[in-house]
Ligand binder design. Structure first.
Ligand SMILES: Nc1nc2c(ncn2[C@@H]2O[C@H](COP(=O)(O)OP(=O)(O)O)[C@@H](O)[C@H]2O)c(=O)[nH]1
Ligand SMILES: [Mg+2]
Ligand SMILES: [Zn+2]
Length: 294
């Protein structure tokens, strides 16, 4: 028996597929995890005991500490997210964008935003987008799978990461992933009627390891519609807006940046140093929480 470290790339019917040095091990988990209220998940870094070297079978002995965790989809250690949207087809959904951002901020996941289908844009659209995303506090990547625009840049960001791609349907996530992995392993919507129940349909989460980029990507049916995380409330909401951090010098320490005197955030907004959409999203959510408390 030998011990190796690896990462769970797939979990099916109580069995785990653990990738270690390019070898895939078929593993069971130690029963003890069940009593400790911890279940191995896809993305977990684990230590396994190899019980059969020829058949590559092992037992998961230890789960290393997670850097991030999701329940739905059931994933551990996602390090970065690409929120994929289109501007025109389908029309961009800012509410969903904000919800996804809050979820990833609450889970310690680095955020990138991809605006796909740029090939459809007129010059006017480009200008609108420049304005909309002015001072947006995340990397905004204008991309086109169709015209191979910025696909290599997205690829370059995958190195040493576990990356997930999420966003509404029809924005080109599957197309993008196919362009990244260079194979038709993801189902795109044009094909979906033909092979609806075929092997390409994503029904569970798994990691796909890209050897040349040394990074994992998450293939998951989840992350499309999502709620505000339970850990966020009216008072701590402001801490999830990273664009507020550099202006944290309001007159009142407890300032909620709504209409208090000497609010640096509002001043930054007026000077155009904070994105208007972001601030509006903040106020909107703040008021929603306030309503709930009444
Ligand atoms: N014009 C244009 N269409 C695209 C682009 N990327 C994907 N599509 C199309 O958008 C539709 C939805 O793509 P799909 O990858 O299935 O989106 P998903 O639902 O997010 O996975 C398909 O018809 C794609 O061919 C792009 O960059 N430009
Ligand atoms: Mg898809
Ligand atoms: Zn303030």
């Amino acid at each position: 028996m030998s011990k190796v470290d690896g990462i769970i790339i797939k979990a099916i019917d109580g069995f785990f597929y653990v990738l270690s040095n390019n070898v895939e091990y078929f593993c069971k988990s130690r029963k003890k995890f069940r009593f400790k209220d911890i279940q191995p998940k896809v993305g977990d870094k684990v230590s396994i005991n190899v019980i059969d070297d020829d058949k590559n079978e092992g037992i998961i002995e230890e789960i290393y500490e997670r850097t991030s965790e999701f329940i739905r989809p059931n994933l551990a250690n996602v390090t970065q997210a690409f929120i994929v949207l289109a501007y025109l087809e389908p029309k961009i959904n800012f509410e969903l964008l904000n919800k996804l951002i809050l979820n990833f901020e609450a889970s310690n996941v680095k955020i990138n935003i991809v605006i796909n289908k740029c090939d459809l844009h007129s010059c006017e659209n480009e200008e609108e987008l420049e304005k909309i995303f002015y001072k947006f506090p995340y990397d905004i990547i204008f991309a086109s799978v169709r015209e191979n625009k910025n696909i290599d840049y997205i690829k370059s960001k995958l190195n040493k990461n576990i990356s997930c791609f999420c966003g509404p349907s029809g924005v080109g996530k599957s197309s993008l992933l196919n362009a990244i992995v260079n194979k038709g392993i993801m189902e795109t919507s044009e094909l979906s009627t033909k092979i609806k129940r075929g092997r390409h349909t994503t029904r569970f989460s798994q990691l796909i390891y890209l050897k040349d980029l040394d990074g994992h990507i998450v293939d998951t049916p989840g992350f499309t519609s999502i709620e505000i995380p339970k850990s966020i409330n009216q008072i701590n909401l402001k801490n999830y807006f990273i664009d507020f951090y550099e202006f944290n010098n309001c007159k009142f320490r407890e300032c909620n940046h709504i209409n208090e005197i000497g609010c640096e955030i509002k001043e930054a907004l007026d000077l155009g140093n904070i994105n208007k959409l972001r601030y509006d999203a903040y106020v909107n959510l703040y008021n929603k929480f306030k309503e709930k408390r009444k």
